[in-house]
Every structure is written in structure tokens, then in C-alpha cells.
Design a protein around this ligand. Structure first.
Ligand SMILES: [Zn+2]
Length: 122
């Protein structure tokens, strides 16, 4: 897939599909709780959203929406004093226009999932 970039609050971000082991190593190098599987990562310093390249298409879509929500919250300077970031992401990703539109644009044809989203050309 060609490089996919978007701009949010005057910040350029990239979405890329990344090997599973790189994601696991990256996560474990930055967190005390170790993991054995990572669906995706929102890498704030480099402005890259990583999707685990081995996911199925519907899991990739769900993961991208979740990671875009991390991105959106971070660029908005959101506070997590009441909710955990994970709780906020799960709630906001279901309704956020930015998340929906960006994930729709990322997965537009020729990835052959036009049937999933319908015709986005109009
Ligand atoms: Zn998350």
C-alpha cells in the first residue's frame, strides 16, 4: 500500500501496517506490563499509527478506529482523570466523525472492501 498521511490540528500523521513482532517489542520496551500480542499502536513522538499487518480486514478497521481515537485525544490534549484512555477510546471511536472518515479514507479501494463501506466516491 502506498504511504497514507492525514493532518490533524496542523500535525501530519502516517498510518502504516507493521510486522507483529516489531509492535510487541516496541510495546514491551515502553510498558511495565508485558504483552504477547499487539493489534496496533499510536506512536506519538513519530506521529505514526501502526496496524498489525497480520490482522483480518475487519479487525484492522476496528483497530484503526481505536488508534485514531488515541491520536485525536492526544492532539486535543485530553485529560484522563475520570476515564481511562482505553475507556474513552472505545466510546469515542464509535461516534467520532474524524475517526470514521479517516478510517474510511484509509481503507478505500483498491483494498477491495468497498462492499464493507459502500460507495465512497460520491
Ligand atoms: Zn488503546
Amino acid at each position: 500500500m502506498s504511504k497514507f498521511e492525514f493532518n490533524l490540528n496542523n500535525t501530519n500523521w502516517e498510518i502504516k501496517e507493521t510486522p507483529k513482532q516489531w509492535l510487541i517489542d516496541k510495546y514491551n520496551s515502553e510498558h511495565d506490563d508485558k504483552c504477547t500480542y499487539v493489534f496496533g499502536l499510536c506512536e506519538y513522538p513519530t506521529h505514526i499509527i501502526h496496524l498489525n499487518e497480520e490482522l483480518g480486514i475487519e479487525q484492522k478497521i476496528q483497530t484503526l478506529r481505536h488508534e485514531l481515537t488515541h491520536c485525536w485525544l492526544w492532539t486535543m490534549g485530553a485529560s484522563y482523570e475520570t476515564y481511562t484512555e482505553e475507556e474513552v477510546c472505545n466510546k469515542v471511536s464509535a461516534m467520532c466523525e474524524f475517526v470514521f472518515n479517516t478510517s474510511k479514507e484509509y481503507f478505500k479501494p483498491p483494498l477491495s472492501i468497498v462492499d464493507y463501506f459502500g460507495d465512497i466516491s460520491s
